[in-house]
Design a protein around this ligand. Structure first.
Ligand SMILES: Cc1cc2nc3c(=O)[nH]c(=O)nc-3n(C[C@H](O)[C@H](O)[C@H](O)COP(=O)(O)O)c2cc1C
Length: 218
């Protein structure tokens, strides 16, 4: 049996961040363009799951909840992900559309955090994306009652089988309870790890309808 000495020593686990520097004047004046630069770099560096982001929502009592979702599009209006509209996150966004996102690219010692408001994208766009998904993913969207309690795994497998035979080999229709949200950013922060915890942080926020950049203390 493990004596848990590794776990008991986590206070001594430390990484020194030395890869890059962040100069405010090198960053684009548009944070969405800057985000694209960093994401492109993360994808090209073969960072694991470069589009994975934490999504924080909060319910009516301001109690937050958090989970990972995948970024599926970036537009001038913001950051798009897809989910079940009746899931916990879907319901919380329905009650309170203020959300936050966090990308962590560990391999690059980089983090991007975003605060903004989420809104459903058009049904047409969700339908278009749904039809581009692999058939197995489409069936799973129909079969999942995401975030609801289920009796056991077999219940889900039975449901998947029923749905598979219901649609036979034909086109799988778009389920209206599933689709995209766009997060319209109000603040975007770029973080680059530096030595001795003297990290670089640049925050973009909107002042008089324009993005401005400022440096934050680590
Ligand atoms: C790497 C990764 C990617 C994920 N991508 C998505 C996604 O794009 N959409 C989604 O609804 N759930 C995704 N999930 C599952 C969510 O983290 C979460 O378990 C699920 O959406 C239910 O969340 P909720 O009960 O808070 O609504 C992903 C999980 C992981 C670990």
């Amino acid at each position: 049996m493990s004596d848990r000495s590794t776990i008991n020593n986590i206070q001594n686990l430390r990484t020194s961040y030395k890869k890059e520097k962040l100069k405010i004047t090198d960053l684009s004046n548009n944070p969405i363009e800057q985000f694209k630069n960093w994401l492109e770099h993360a994808i090209n560096s073969e960072a694991l799951e470069p589009t994975a982001m934490s999504l924080a929502t909060a319910n009516n009592s301001a109690h937050p909840s958090l989970r990972t979702v995948l970024l599926k599009g970036i537009t001038d209006k913001g950051f798009v992900f897809y989910t079940n509209y009746e899931s916990r996150k879907g319901n919380e966004i329905n009650d309170n559309n203020k959300v936050a996102l966090c990308f962590l690219w560990k391999e690059l010692e980089r983090q991007v955090t975003i605060r903004g408001k989420a809104e459903k994208i058009s049904k047409d766009k969700s339908e278009q994306y749904f039809s581009s998904r692999p058939r197995g993913h489409q069936i799973s969207a129909w079969a999942s009652t995401q975030s609801a309690e289920i009796p056991n795994r077999q219940w889900m497998i039975d449901r998947e089988e029923k749905i598979t035979s219901r649609f036979d080999s034909g086109k799988i229709p778009y389920p209206e309870f599933w689709g995209g949200f766009n997060v319209n950013p109000e603040e975007i922060e770029f973080w680059q790890g530096r030595e001795n915890r003297f990290h670089d942080r640049v925050l973009y926020k909107i002042v008089d309808k324009k993005w401005i950049k400022l440096r934050l203390s680590p």
